[in-house]
Design a protein around this ligand. Sequence first.
Ligand SMILES: Cc1cc2nc3c(=O)[nH]c(=O)nc-3n(C[C@H](O)[C@H](O)[C@H](O)COP(=O)(O)OP(=O)(O)OC[C@H]3O[C@@H](n4cnc5c(N)ncnc54)[C@H](O)[C@@H]3O)c2cc1C
Length: 433
Amino acid sequence: MPSEEQFDAIVVGAGPGGVSAAVTMARAGLSVVLFERGDRPGVKNVMGGVMYGRMLADIIPEFWKTAPLERTVVDERLWLTTPETVVTAGHKHVPHAGTPPNAFTVLRVPFDGWFAAQAEAAGVLLISGTTVEDVLREDGRIVGVRTGREEGDLRANVVVIADGANSFLVQKAGLGRPLEPNEMALVVKEIIALPAETIEERFTLEPGTGATIEVYGAVTRGMAGYGFIYTNRESLSVGIGALISQFMETRITPWDLLEGFKTHPMVAPLLRGGTVREYLAHAIPEGGFRSMPRLFDDGVMVVGDAAMMVNNLHREGSNLAMAAGRMAGEAAIQAKRAGDWSARTLSHYRELLEASFVLQDLRKYERLPELVERRADLLQVYPELLSEAIHEMLTIDGVGKREKQRKILRRLLDRRPWWRLMRDAVEAWRAMG
Ligand SMILES: Cc1cc2nc3c(=O)[nH]c(=O)nc-3n(C[C@H](O)[C@H](O)[C@H](O)COP(=O)(O)OP(=O)(O)OC[C@H]3O[C@@H](n4cnc5c(N)ncnc54)[C@H](O)[C@@H]3O)c2cc1C
């Protein structure tokens, strides 16, 4: 790798954010190098596995014809658990033919491999098995990267940092600080193999369609977090996580949490007979809008998890990364045209983000991370109260319904006096409204 060679852009990280940026720039004729530390894209990556069609179609139109998708999600369920019960809500629809699927499940190794191949086809030079260790500076601006290879310095007009959660390059570039344990969740996940027919029977699915279950309440044992079960073609992605600060406080190990989740009486029958194929762990940035680093500077932009672009309430991260990657690419195209790679021109990236759902949604929920951490009890108490109330109304024991309503109200007020109910509602509204 000759160190004197100059590219238009260096992208660090071949995840959804980095590849989206690389494809966008290469298609406009920019010379782009994409570094990935894994031996091939995807091998270092973990996610629950739900991706969203609209943002991917903005980059690869008609992606669904070639991408290695697992199942099209048609059934999204929410479970509120107590140790022995579950209150369920959800939405199911028939798959729409011809349009990009709204949501679909993926496994990251095949998906990331396919996505990176689209970048290569667009002219991106993908260099796998290479870790970027630092950024290069000249006269205060970033002018390239230092890799772990011999003679591994490479120069470019702009560096797009897309190295994922807990990005140390963001710190090296002087754009952000180290994250605190309450700004990061740790999630552990297993891929559990089951025959396709068994999955379709257990989740009442037509062949090729999929379901997701988000699980809150008792399964996180008082910590702020949630579990999930997503259907793949011939496996389930089963995981659970919580804030790292709360793992430290409670001393519950991630492994114990996952084992407890898998043995919950409503979860276990869905997994029965399955074989664990993979065990994975990864961080999710949870700090939200208020913990975001600076998003650009002279010769540099940050996208995706590295920039804290995760909307946990809605299980969205990959789509924010793709949208932000595309917008960073568009800002770079404008900088190339102007022949100016300074922060002044690259600020177009921030303008695009501000005008999009990415920063609008993150700003909408900017108070949520603080509430989730401080009031993890909300996710325990209310599922219990709801479950007890429904159980009471569904138990046919000769007691009149009016008397049952009074009983439910008494129980509620014993546990949560009026003023606390009001306070909880106001706090939740302020964080999510
Ligand atoms: C368990 C779990 C479940 C999730 N579930 C969902 C979900 O269902 N739906 C959803 O939308 N989002 C989900 N997310 C979030 C989603 O995975 C991320 O938001 C998304 O992957 C972010 O994309 P990215 O490109 O920013 O980062 P990443 O996907 O993390 O990619 C970063 C890439 O950079 C590479 N890299 C890192 N450092 C270097 C370096 N120094 N040099 C070279 N390469 C480097 C990594 O190997 C990796 O390939 C989940 C996350 C986790 C952990």
